[in-house]
Design a protein around this ligand. Sequence first.
Ligand code: FAD
Length: 257
Amino acid sequence: MADGIIPRFYEEAVSLLDNKELTIITDQADLMIKNPLNIIKRKKNAVHIGATATLEAVKTCPHVPEILRKAIASLGSPKVRHTRTIGDSICYASPAGETLPPLYLLEAEVVCQKVDNERRMPIEAFIKGPGETVLEENESLREIIIKKQALTTFYYKKVGGRKADVSKISFTGAALVKNQKIKDIRVVFGGVAPCVIKKPEIEKQLIGLSRYEIKFKREWIKHLYESYIKPLDNQESSIEYKKDRSLKLLDDFILNL
Ligand SMILES: Cc1cc2nc3c(=O)[nH]c(=O)nc-3n(C[C@H](O)[C@H](O)[C@H](O)COP(=O)(O)OP(=O)(O)OC[C@H]3O[C@@H](n4cnc5c(N)ncnc54)[C@H](O)[C@@H]3O)c2cc1C
């Protein structure tokens, strides 16, 4: 049986990682005397979420954008939300999980910490593929940073029950509409490709359209996304079903703008 070490301070945890081959188990993080990773705080124009904040703490924190709180509220059971942390949900790197799509939508950044170095990167650069991240062996995920957003419309829907350990497919959308014009728009698909899908190059093409024009161009927009939606076939539902549902959710989002 493997030995466990419970560090008393975060600095000690980071330095242990540097010296030994260890696996991080965050359920023990609460036992640290001083754990800055549990804290969620607002600094200037951003909210900083410590990686070992529980999903429940993130869900109930008023500083956290509503779209992320809403997605977490639909995740698993209260037991899962009270014991699992935002950090292990991110490091779990499931494209079908609830936390990654809103984090992609909000263009969140993550901070990785080594004993003598830290690096900050966008969430999409952190996730390499299903269950894979760019974290190095002696590195931990320290915090998630979400800048204040000028978005007015939010849309989140998932297809799949709470019983599954992750949702089947999800669609997350947001926009800023001013004077009937699209000033900003974000479109994110979850569970239909090895990584969560967000395509800034397509979003840019939609900025500047009027509410009327974007609704009129729905078929063209669906066509732009179609080739990126490559779900896996499984016993629960076919590729065609997942693709069709994802594009219908996009359609519904645009119609509700
Ligand atoms: C019954 C059940 C239902 C669930 N339902 C859902 C659901 O509906 N939707 C959903 O999205 N998810 C769901 N989950 C997944 C859950 O939210 C967790 O994301 C997932 O289980 C990973 O947590 P873990 O404790 O198993 O992670 P672990 O295996 O402990 O962590 C995952 C990996 O991340 C590493 N890690 C964790 N924290 C850090 C850190 N700070 N720095 C560096 N590495 C770190 C660990 O070492 C490990 O390699 C469910 C899980 C269960 C058990």
